[in-house]
Design a protein around this ligand. Structure first.
Ligand code: NOJ
Length: 721
């Protein structure tokens, strides 16, 4: 929201700026890396690509490198913001140059990927989404903001709200799964948590919603790949999550790497101007993804870097993250009239607005080393990381083995049970080795003895095996797409070996994505999907395994039965004319089931719940539905009640289920509660063939239950009044 006083100051400042100074504001520098070399990250990547150095050498160069922040450029007003400056003192030093040594003293913004924690790492977003708890999402964002802001960060490149229906895509780890509404709610909560309602607070971060738009629909689940879909599907399933996060007040938006129906998002005027600014009224800052403007040449849409700069700026891009195309070419583009001065001014205004809103002109040094030290890894943050991990882990199978009784002799198997640094998952902020606790650490701290299972020794004589399987952190996240989601041969062999012992087995699965867990279902008596759980991994896993915490998380993405199903039969798929059935000529596979192994919304508890008495009626505003849920087990629990609807006869085929609402409800043994949902009329709508938004009269089915497969149904004959 524009503030008149800020707009006045922007105008004054803009009138004093030279063309070069304006262009400087558009440039975000990632610095370059120096060691025995002086290269940018992108140059190292290219050297790995063309074989001049090995990947291992590239990684070593990156980790040994020191940053050169190009201070001469900064002094000359050629840098408007930085990417990845870490540490309050380092940031203050650079900020001092900007404020005291440049002609106009315009402060810098420092952006960093604080995705699920800065030093105190919370579970990866996909895991945290399984808590179905906006308040938790907001609190962990607040925690991240407190730590990162104290370390000199002003803006986080989060939340990512890319609806992700294909688990081959590594970045599903950063999303809230396959549902549009959940991604939107997740994004909204994160924006509120990072920004608070006062960006001038020293512990606030500006949020940058990404990756606009539909990055999660990359063809084949291959990162950076094309996205091509109908405008109807785009509006109904992919756009709403960005809209919700933007309308929650996010002050920055990052366009995606991919092209959308042939136009790369970085130069996509329809997205960056028509939808974002004109339709949604966004007046914050847009910032490209890293090097993405230059990559428009590879896309085959720009002839050269100058052409890429022209297209991006004219489409509505404000900041160029690291490619340098704006810095190198915008001046000549303006002078040649290929970009108007008004267009350039608009971009500069959007950047200055955020700097004013963050209070950086008044107070450019928002932290110091002492505050930084005090903010990180506090007991309160670690307690929150533990709570988030407990609420994110999904119990997928339990043949009565869990919770474990105290005093059992434990055999601890699988490398991941011993590796604390694998627990943080992808994009783990400023993670430092040893910040996370492994399962082994958890057992040690509690003084629970165990025997390690090793390949070359006979199995230890114990009462139960805890077996860690799954993915390492580098196997999910950006540029970590996979063509096979099956468990590794080693994991399967280990599970079989343990099963053959005749002793009960608990499989604890670490991963950044849904995996094909068939062999675990066969071999293990219980399966806990722990994801990459963050700082308090080990303690939180033991809280659940020993029953101190009753698991309550539910999947936000379907788990495939076989990789070839991907994209899985996600819960809001449509019916074909021949829905899967026993008959051969129906929509299915010859060699694998068509249904996912574990459906959306699924997750077990140590108690059980019974659903009865569903009802649904039309109201003035939409549909009112109710159901009774009773805890029929012997433990307190939290049940996530999910309300779906279906429009069975429509002008365009509609999903077989669409999540409309949910509630997490606490129930004591024997207790029952009546849960009510109000579905607004607009939620029932969709786009017809001509892109008119329509709501049909006629039957609407309401389905409510504890996961998408197990629901009760009530029908409403909906008539628009
Ligand atoms: C690339 C990623 O796609 C994006 O999510 C991230 O924010 C930027 N790099 C900056 O690190």
């Amino acid at each position: 929201m524009k503030h008149p006083e800020i707009e006045k100051r922007i105008k004054e400042l803009l009138s004093k700026m030279t063309l070069e100074e304006k262009v400087g504001q558009l440039h975000q520098s990632g610095g370059s890396l120096v060691g025995a070399f002086d290269l940018t990250f992108e140059e190292i990547m290219t050297m790995v690509e063309d074989g001049r150095i090995t990947e291992e050498e590239g990684r070593k160069m990156l980790s040994n490198a020191k940053h050169d922040w190009h201070e001469d450029d900064l002094r000359a007003g050629r840098i408007g913001s930085y990417l990845n400056v870490i540490g309050a003192e380092e940031m203050n030093r650079l900020q001092r140059i900007a404020v005291e040594e440049t002609r106009l003293g315009i402060p810098l913004i420092n952006g960093f990927d604080v995705i699920h924690g800065f030093r105190t790492i919370a579970p990866i977003p996909l895991a945290e989404s399984c808590a179905w708890e906006p308040d938790l999402w907001q609190r962990t964002a607040r925690m991240s903001a407190e730590e990162a802001s104290a370390a000199g960060v002003h803006m986080t490149f989060s939340p990512m709200v890319d609806v992700s229906k294909d688990p081959r895509w590594g970045r599903i780890a950063e999303s809230a799964g396959e549902d549009a509404m959940l991604n939107g709610l997740y994004g909204e909560a994160k924006v509120k948590g990072y920004q608070t309602n006062d960006l001038t607070r020293h512990d606030a971060l500006a949020a940058c919603v990404k990756h606009f738009a539909a990055y999660g629909a990359a063809e084949g689940g291959r990162d950076y790949n094309r996205v091509d879909m109908s405008p109807q599907r785009f509006e109904e399933e992919y756009l709403p999550s960005y809209e919700r996060a933007v309308k929650a007040g996010a002050r920055a938006v990052m366009p995606a790497f991919n092209d959308l129906s042939g136009v790369p998002c970085s130069v996509n005027k329809k997205l960056l101007t028509d939808i974002l600014r004109k339709r949604w009224g966004f007046d914050g800052m847009t910032i490209s993804d890293a090097n993405a403007i230059a990559e428009c040449i590879n896309h085959g849409i720009a002839a050269d870097r100058k052409d890429a700069a022209r297209q991006a700026l004219n489409a509505g891009m404000d900041v160029d993250m690291t490619s340098g195309c704006f810095l190198d070419h915008v001046k000549e583009l303006v002078e040649a009239g290929e970009v108007s001065m008004d267009k350039l001014d608009e971009a500069v205004k959007n950047i200055l607005r955020l700097k004013f809103e963050l209070g950086l002109f008044v107070d450019p040094y928002r932290s110091n080393a002492e505050q930084e030290k005090a903010a990180i890894l506090t007991p309160a943050h670690l307690a929150l990381a533990r709570e988030a991990a407990q609420k994110s882990m999904v119990l997928l199978k339990n043949d009565g083995l869990l919770p474990l009784k105290a005093g059992l002799r434990i055999g601890l198997a699988g490398k991941l049970a011993f590796e604390r640094d694998e627990m943080c998952g992808t994009w783990a902020g400023n993670y430092q080795a040893g910040d996370c606790k492994s399962v082994q650490d958890g057992l040690d701290t509690e003084g629970i003895s165990y025997q390690a299972v090793t390949e070359d020794h006979p199995l230890p004589d114990c009462d139960v095996f805890l077996c860690a399987i799954g993915e390492r952190k580098a196997e999910s996240g950006e540029a970590a797409s996979r063509a096979s989601l099956e468990l590794t041969k080693e994991d399967i062999a280990l599970l079989k070996r343990l099963k053959e012992s005749g002793k009960p087995v608990v499989a604890v699965v670490f991963a950044g994505r849904p995996l094909c867990l068939g062999p675990a279902v066969e071999c293990a008596d219980a399966i806990l999907m722990a994801w990459h759980p963050g700082a308090e991994a080990g303690p939180a896993i033991l809280d659940i395994l020993f029953g101190r915490v009753n698991p309550s998380a539910k999947l936000t993405a379907s788990f495939p039965a076989a990789t070839g199903q991907c994209p899985t039969l996600y819960y809001d798929h449509i019916h074909t004319g021949r829905p899967a059935g026993k008959f051969k000529y129906t929509s299915k596979y010859l060699d694998a089931p068509v249904e996912p192994l574990f459906p959306f919304g699924f997750g077990l508890s140590y108690t059980s719940y019974q659903y009865t008495d569903i009802s649904a009626v039309q109201t003035e505003k939409g549909i009112h539905a109710e159901i009774t849920v009773q805890n029929i087990g012997e433990r307190d629990g939290n049940e996530i009640v999910q309300c779906f609807f279906r429009d069975p006869v429509a002008q365009r085929v509609r999903p077989v289920r669409k999540l409309a609402a949910f509630e997490k409800v606490a129930l004591q043994p024997g207790e029952s509660k009546r849960i009510a949902f109000d579905i607004p009329k607009a939620a029932l709508g969709y786009y017809d063939q001509d892109m008119n938004f329509v709501i049909d009269d006629g039957l609407i089915e309401i389905h409510i239950g504890g996961n998408v497969r197990d629901t009760l149904q009530a029908d409403v004959h909906f008539i628009q009044k």
